[in-house]
Design a protein around this ligand. Structure first.
Ligand code: SAH
Length: 449
């Protein structure tokens, strides 16, 4: 019996896919490289912008033929295309899909496999236990055995859903209200990941800094709950690096910043989207801060966390964004010189406030022009920032090997991608690499030890 999971979208989806794969492997399934060869095919989808949604629909249409030839195979649609409530419309649109799985919740798949007779008695018991474990939020094997020992860096969701409702964003409507997972479950999963060979864990949440405010464990606590969790995670032996994302400017407390600076395993890298560089646009996005607030946050980060690397997200062409407002974003990015910027063209998403109350009035070509202008600017910024690494020796956590180029690759604590040639097996090791070449997107170096 074979399975195939196709994943698109955020790190949360990657984590959900791995967890689902782990469940399938516990039931005796093995991975298939091609969807066409698998008995169970899962598409884990993203609808945060139009493009990933179009890709998923394309895959679904291709798989229709596979389902027609092999009706006994199971096709599951998972993730944000499904959402948390109604699937009737999707069922009508894609009747060849067997089961619809909400984000982070494959429970229905286990039930269907048992019902369809895909599982024998013992496997059905395992599937039942799997469903119960998920319902209770207990720890389980989160990495599929087929991938264990090859995953050096893993993602661990700690806050599910989102209740902020930025006007452009579909996530609250697809992943449901914000809820934190109990620390005991998170720590148990983290320990299990480390026992399975993981060296770096990235804690995930839409606003990850809001972790724990909804949990009785942290009621009345003086410390920011995420700080408490980071300290507990820090104790895990064998774990080398800790990260967390995504942050929101309004929730980055002083003690959180200090914890990043003080806890050696916590990497000095912060992902905190600004989304726009003009106050009027930020207000209409309902982000809850001004450009000056963000400026001050960047200064605070740089002051408190030595050598901090800062990544951001920006949306261009939000409804009503004028050329002057776009220029503000451009100038801000040139001024702040951040370490990474992910630039997206705005696309209207169903149910969102922006779609319901605003007109998508920036033409597609204009959105593309703005995107490209920011991308070019950021490439120049990165070229300059990365040149500082030349001649330096950096610690690289090795994540894999480029087979054709015969080079190992990994990341610095500041999320720079580094390639280096070396004999022997470096996977999962911390290599000291002296940088000999730098570009905007990666660095190359030679191994010191
Ligand atoms: N919760 C995170 C990230 C959410 S989605 C946050 O606080 O920002 C990841 C990124 O996708 C966002 O940061 C945003 O830049 C982009 N995005 C979200 N909705 C979008 C839309 N409708 N059009 C274009 N980009 C969008």
């Amino acid at each position: 019996m074979q399975y195939h999971i196709w994943t698109i979208g955020c790190q949360m989806n990657v984590a959900d896919s791995r967890r689902t794969a782990a469940g399938l492997e516990r039931l005796g399934y093995t991975p298939a490289a091609r969807a066409e060869d698998a008995d169970v095919i899962i598409l884990n989808t993203c609808v945060v912008r139009q493009q990933p949604e179009d890709k998923a629909v394309g895959r679904l249409n291709q798989l229709r033929r596979v389902k027609e030839r092999h009706p006994e195979r199971i096709l599951a649609l998972m993730g944000c295309m499904v959402g948390v409530k109604e699937t009737a419309a999707l069922q009508a649109r894609f009747p060849w899909v067997d089961v619809f799985l909400p984000p982070s919740d494959p429970t229905e798949l286990w039930a269907l496999l048992a019902e369809r007779g895909h599982l024998d008695e013992a496997q059905t018991l395992i599937a039942d236990a799997e469903a119960r474990r998920l319902a209770l939020g207990r720890a389980d094997t989160i990495l599929p055995p087929s991938e264990q020992a090859s995953i050096v860096s893993a993602h661990l969701p700690i806050v599910l859903g989102c209740s902020h409702a930025c006007t452009y964003c579909v996530i609250p409507y697809r992943r449901g209200a914000e809820r934190s997972r109990p620390p005991a479950a998170i720590l148990a999963e983290a320990r299990q990941m480390v026992a399975q060979g993981v060296k770096e864990i990235t804690l995930l949440g839409q606003i990850v800094d809001r972790y724990g405010y909804d949990l009785p464990e942290f009621a009345g606590a003086a410390e920011t709950p995420l700080v408490t969790l980071l300290r507990q995670m820090h104790e895990i032996e064998g774990l080398e690096r800790l990260r967390f994302l995504t942050s929101h400017p309004n929730w980055m407390t002083d003690d959180l910043l200090r914890a990043v600076a003080e806890l050696p395993k916590v990497c000095e890298h912060i992902e905190v989207p600004i989304q726009a560089g003009a106050d009027e646009v930020l207000a209409r996005m309902r982000r809850g801060y001004t450009v000056d607030d963000y400026r001050r946050l960047v200064a605070r980060l740089r002051e408190t966390i030595p050598g901090v690397s800062i990544a951001t997200d920006i949306i261009v062409g939000f409804p009503g964004e004028t050329e002057a407002q776009f220029r503000h974003t451009y100038e801000l990015l040139a001024e702040l010189k951040l370490d990474k910027a992910h630039i997206a063209r705005y696309s209207p998403r169903p149910q969102t406030v922006a779609t319901r109350t605003m007109t998508d009035d920036v033409p597609q070509e204009e959105k593309e022009r703005r995107r490209k202008a920011l991308d070019d600017l950021q490439a120049a910024v990165l070229e300059e920032l990365n040149a500082r690494y030349l001649g330096q020796t950096v610690a690289v956590l090795v994540e894999g090997r480029h087979v054709r180029q015969k080079r190992w690759f990994g990341r610095t604590r500041t999320e720079r991608l580094v390639f280096f040639p070396a004999e022997g097996n470096w996977l999962g090791r911390l290599a000291q690499v002296k940088i000999t070449w730098t570009g905007p997107w990666s660095l190359i170096g030679e191994i010191i030890r």
